[in-house]
Design a protein around this ligand. Sequence first.
Ligand code: CTP
Ligand code: CA
Length: 237
Amino acid sequence: ARADALPQDLTGVDVLISAGGTREALDPVRYLGNHSSGKQGYALARVAAQRGARVTLVSGAVSDPGDPAAVDVVHIDSADELSREMHARAPQADVVIMAAAVADFRPVDVAGAKIKKGEQGPAPIELTTNPDILASLVTARSEGTIPATTAIVGFAAETGDAEGGVLDHGRAKLRRKGCDLLVVNAVGDGRAFGTTDNTGWVLAADGAETGLPYGSKTLMASRILDEVVSLVPDRKG
Ligand code: CTP
Ligand code: CA
C-alpha cells in the first residue's frame, strides 16, 4: 500500500520504539547475544512513520540492517545502553514500545583485553541480572519523570507449559510489568493453544484482548498500532 493511502491517525504523535537484540560484552571482541531479527520492531517503526508519527527507533543488533525511511535511528549494543537511551528519550514520547529482545543477564566482569585460551581451559562466566527496562519505564511514569499520558507497550513471546497456556503467561506478565498493552506472540508448541488463525494477542491493562491474525510483520504492526492509537489522546483535535 502507498504510504499516503494509510490512515494518518498518528499525525503529531511521538513514538519511541526499541528493536533487535542486546549484546552483553565479555571482552573487547566477544559478547553474549540472541537471535532477535528486529523485524517486528522495524516494521512498527516503518508503519508508524507512514501513519504520520514522528518515530525514533533505538536499535540493537538486527539480522537485516538498513534503517527504515523517515525514522530517526539510534544504535546501541548492551541492555545498559538501551536503558539509558530509552529513559533519555521517553519523556518526549507519547508512545513507548519495547520490542527489543533484552538480555536478561550480562557477564559480571568485562575483560579489558581479549581473553586468552590459556592452558587451564575455560573459566566459568558469572552473570548478573540486567535492569528490567520496561518495568523501569512504568515506574518512571508513575513517579512523574515520564508524562502520565504516555502509552507504554511491551512484547512477550510465550509457550504453554505445565503452569498454563500462552494467554495465562501473557496476562500474568502484563500485570507484572504494569504496562498498558502487552503484545503476546505464541511460539513453539504454545501455538497449538488458542485459535488456529491467531499468532498472538494484544492484551490491554483494562482487560481487553484482541487476537492478531496470521500474517506478515507489516500486517501485525498495523494491527498493533490500531490498539496503540486507541490509547493516544487526539493530537489534531
Ligand atoms: N524487557 C525489558 N528489560 C529486560 C527484559 C525484558 O525491558 N531486562 C522487556 C522486553 O523488551 C519486552 C518485555 O520486557 O517488551 C517482556 O520481555 P520478556 O523477556 O518476555 O520478559 P521477562 O520479564 O524477561 O520474563 P521472562 O522470564 O519470561 O524472560
Ligand atoms: Ca526475558
